[in-house]
Design a protein around this ligand. Structure first.
Ligand code: MLT
Length: 405
């Protein structure tokens, strides 16, 4: 496996010894030059620096097979043999162009180190650049550059892709149960820009930028199409994905969401919340939102969920809260999109959801040609958190019903 194209290197007289043969040290330099060239043509010579790591050579073995001379052009190809959590093993082969003779092979082992010289984990972009599948330990977040921000992503499993998009003011941990249990699917649960452990710039928040971030994230992960599962604002983003990146969506799950835009009263409410976030911070938003987000059953019977939600909102960066509120306030009406949705769709709603009540989900589901609707008893606006097993089950059944990609 390698995504690096071969590189041609010319041998000069100064690479050679007194007898005119390419000398031993020059072999190492030639292989090194080829690697730098390959980086320059591909992911960039700053690939490692961008991620604060450096590939330290731990072992290098050259197998010399034939002499080379000044003027020879050697084609160097690359084969990545193994990518571990922090190591990379690569073979480089130099073949002379004029007679196709194999001149030498290099077997080289790199270990990623950080700026203090300590072993570091292989950043996902680095693994991907070398043709590997970025991997992480369960629960460990990978970071992916998607343009002007880096997103933190919990990605697990193999199979067709499932993109789980959280709502406001939340993060990817909303989907903890679904990510842990929806086996046979490649579960991808990012923190949106401004949420959780992702970058939280001072501006640049809109449904369009959230959707573009996610499309770039899919590019980074080598995913062409995904079933998009969006909760509330995650649903607004899913609509935007349909508008801007329709070919990436192979199925849709809208959880506790709605299609219409904000009216004047709701827009005013967003501005008040922006004021509150700016003046009193995320804890004040949590205080205000927790009772609205959770159903009454959860509030009465699941104090751990109440606590979990308060923590989740409390760690949401203020610029991200403000950005999301502005993005929701200014979002377009997605109602005209509904009759044209031509991918299998599941609408899920908590029976006690007061922000986007069941009647709203019923109306939305009936406007989408191939949609089914499921109501989750005893859950409010955050059904995946409040009734995780029930929500995972209905999503699993929906996924099972899809045509195999
Ligand atoms: C969400 O859960 O994402 C938000 O409550 C949606 C909204 O306020 O419109």
């Amino acid at each position: 496996m390698s995504s690096f194209p071969p590189v041609d290197v010319t041998i000069y007289p100064y690479d050679c010894d007194a007898y005119g043969h390419m000398n031993q040290a020059a072999y190492m330099l030639m292989f090194e030059r080829a690697r730098w060239d390959a980086l320059a043509r591909g992911p960039g010579q700053d690939l490692f620096r961008r991620h604060g790591v450096w590939p330290a050579v731990r072992r290098a073995t050259v197998d010399f097979q034939a002499p080379a001379f000044p003027g020879d052009v050697l084609r160097v190809d690359f084969e990545v043999e193994k990518i571990g959590g922090s190591s990379l093993e690569m073979r480089q082969r130099a073949t002379r162009l004029r007679d196709q003779a194999t001149i030498a092979e290099l077997q080289i082992l790199f270990v990623m180190i950080d700026q203090a010289g300590k072993p570091a984990r292989m950043p996902a972009e680095v693994a991907a650049a070398f043709g590997g599948r970025p991997t992480a330990r369960p629960g460990e977040l990978m970071r992916h550059d998607v343009g002007d921000v880096t997103l933190a992503v919990d990605a697990r499993g193999d199979g067709p892709a499932l993109l789980l998009v959280h709502g406001y003011p939340l993060d990817h941990t909303l989907w903890a149960h679904q990510v842990a249990t929806l086996a046979r699917w490649r579960r991808i649960a990012p923190d949106l820009r401004g949420a959780g452990a992702s970058d939280a710039p001072g501006g640049g928040y809109s449904m369009a930028s959230y959707a573009d971030d996610l499309a770039r994230l899919l590019d980074r992960l080598g995913v062409e199409r995904a079933v998009v599962v969006g909760l509330s604002m995650g649903g607004y983003i899913a609509f935007e994905l349909l508008r801007r990146h329709r070919q990436r969506v192979m199925g849709l799950v809208l959880v506790d969401s709605r299609a219409d835009a904000d009216g004047p009263e709701q827009r005013k409410g967003r501005d008040d919340m922006i004021e509150l976030a700016r003046s009193k911070g995320a804890a004040a938003i949590a205080e205000r939102m927790v009772p609205r987000l959770l159903g009454r059953t959860t509030q009465q019977t699941q104090p751990n969920v109440v606590e979990q939600l308060r923590d989740m909102i409390g760690r949401c960066p203020v610029p991200g809260i403000v950005g999301a509120l502005g993005a929701m306030r200014d979002r377009p009406d997605s109602t005209p999109l509904l009759p044209g949705i031509d991918v299998p769709t599941l609408v899920v709603v908590g029976a006690e959801d007061e922000l986007t009540p069941p009647a709203m989900s019923r109306t939305m589901a009936s406007a989408i040609p191939a949609a089914t609707l499921t109501t989750i008893p005893g859950a409010g606006h955050l059904a995946p958190l409040e009734a995780p097993t029930a929500v995972t089950r209905v999503i699993a059944e929906f996924l099972e019903s899809l045509p195999k990609p």
